[in-house]
Design a protein around this ligand. Sequence first.
Ligand code: CA
Ligand code: CA
Length: 145
Amino acid sequence: MDQITSRRDGARKRVTVAAIGAAALVSASVAGIAGPASAALSDCPSSYLCIWKDASFATAGSGTAYVKFQQYIPDYATWDYAGTSYDANNSATSIYNHGVTETAYMYAEDNKDTLLFDIPRGNSNWALGGNQGDNIESGYYHSFN
Ligand SMILES: [Ca+2]
Ligand SMILES: [Ca+2]
């Protein structure tokens, strides 16, 4: 009986420690949402390609204000960055391919016309420059290209 009691005490202690850890994590993420430092690659969900209007994976300071696709977008003019009224056409300055397997192809015109660059899965560009900046109008994953 003593052993059982002591095992239970041990379990209770572990639960308490885990609860404190979870509480600390919650406060950390709430603090993160408050500041512009929250803008990050990780805001783009897995299996999507995301673009943002500004450099450093943000649109007007928000990391979640992206446009994402899992297959393709034939005309970014029909999309605004999430939660904003900024048109995604010819405006992307940062990009992240958070896809699982495929390279994506980004184009200067609608309907995969005029290739600007390809971007393998896991790759990103925090500040698209030259003719690649503010120029994307369509984007496709390999299988849909
Ligand atoms: Ca831009
Ligand atoms: Ca363009």
